[in-house]
Design a protein around this ligand. Structure first.
Ligand SMILES: C[C@@](CO)(OP(=O)(O)O)[C@H](O)COP(=O)(O)OP(=O)(O)OC[C@H]1O[C@@H](n2ccc(N)nc2=O)[C@H](O)[C@@H]1O
Ligand SMILES: Nc1ncnc2c1ncn2[C@@H]1O[C@H](COP(=O)(O)OP(=O)(O)O)[C@@H](O)[C@H]1O
Length: 307
């Protein structure tokens, strides 16, 4: 394939409609049963030929995103180039639409988008299985950003099985001021478990997917989905950021049919019964003063795709 001048990849955010967290593993990760759900808030990653690897970032909170080799998109480009024994010559421009450090896998999204974009730019022709394997090396959530839709993530979240869904769902996301660190939230989860059980690992049940939640997804039943949302990191996120309780309450009082912290937070996610209810809920959340902004999104949507 001839290298083209510029390739743009669109990649969605995620919310975990279930995040069941097991005990710490020997490698420091936690076993999870994570039902990932891709929603229509997007980053755009544009890959252009260059004489070396360059990263630029624009969009909301761009100044909080590293424009160096620690950026997950840069790591993805370096990994793919090393795999094929080529120089990582590309300019990766990231346009952030996904809240930064918000529990919506924005960095993972950019890692997945960079894999897809660089593979297309360099004509390396990696097949899906190879991209998924490289994605898992980059981070637990990166494979899902490639796949999109709805999927059950096991292991540390990287082993994916698609989950069938019976239609679209309407979401509102309350974006907070400032982020939360994912390792800090897992650490707080362990600390809280230590306090209550004396051991954070021994008595923690092996996480498993909730059949009622899978059925709600399969039938497209928003009310049943709202009733079965679960996030084992929520108590830890609330412990580190108590004001999130006000956000969750504001959304519930404004008519949300389900509410939870998205992943490690601090973004709060709300299920609405239809598009009009989602708009009304977003307006009420904005007026409540309990979040920086409220954004409406539908899902599920596909993973990283060249546009
Ligand atoms: C919590 C979740 C929920 O989907 O995402 P966010 O809400 O932050 O986006 C994920 O588990 C985050 O996945 P990701 O952000 O890819 O994490 P990684 O880079 O693999 O790991 C970062 C750190 O998080 C902790 N970690 C991550 C995954 C996991 N199953 N157990 C863990 O304990 C570890 O401390 C690890 O060093
Ligand atoms: N491309 C990227 N976009 C956003 N953050 C990134 C990126 N690459 C590295 N990071 C770092 O990862 C941290 C977590 O960001 P992000 O992936 O948005 O949040 P979360 O892990 O909560 O979903 C950020 O604070 C930032 O320092």
């Amino acid at each position: 394939m001839q290298p083209s001048s510029s390739i743009t990849v669109r990649v969605p955010a995620k919310v975990n409609v279930q995040l069941a967290v097991g005990g710490r593993r020997a490698d420091g990760f936690h076993g999870v049963s994570s039902v990932f759900f891709a929603v229509g808030l997007y980053d755009l990653v544009t890959v252009t030929p260059a004489d070396r690897l360059r990263i630029t970032v624009a969009g909301a909170d761009a100044e909080q995103v590293p424009a160096d080799a620690t950026n997950l998109a840069a790591k993805a480009a370096l990994l793919l180039a090393a795999r094929h024994g080529i120089e990582p010559k590309a300019h990766l421009h990231i346009d952030k639409g996904i809240p930064v450090a918000g529990g919506m896998a924005g960095g993972s999204a950019d890692g997945a988008a960079a894999l897809v974009g660089c593979d297309a730019l360099w004509g390396t022709g990696a097949d899906r299985a190879v991209l998924l394997e490289l994605a898992a090396e980059l981070g637990s959530d990166v494979p899902f950003s490639l796949l999109g839709g709805v999927a059950l993530g096991e292991g540390r979240g990287e082993r994916l099985t698609p989950v069938p869904t019976g239609g679209g769902f309407h979401w509102v996301f309350a974006v907070a001021d400032g982020g939360l660190s994912t390792p800090a939230v897992y650490g707080e989860c362990d600390r809280l478990r230590d306090l209550t059980t004396g051991s954070s690992d021994a008595d923690v049940p092996v996480p498993a997917a909730d059949p009622a939640l899978l059925e709600a997804l399969r039938t497209g039943d928003a009310g049943a989905l709202g009733a079965t949302l679960r996030n084992d990191l929520q108590a830890a996120a609330l412990s580190l950021r108590p004001s999130l309780a006000d956000t969750l309450r504001a959304g519930t009082e404004a008519g949300a049919i389900g509410a939870l912290v998205s992943g490690s937070g601090p973004t709060c996610a709300f299920v609405a019964k239809d598009a009009a209810a989602a708009d009304a809920l977003a307006a009420a959340l904005t007026a409540s003063g309990t979040c920086r902004s409220a954004r409406v999104a539908e899902g599920p949507v596909p993973g990283a795709v060249v546009v």
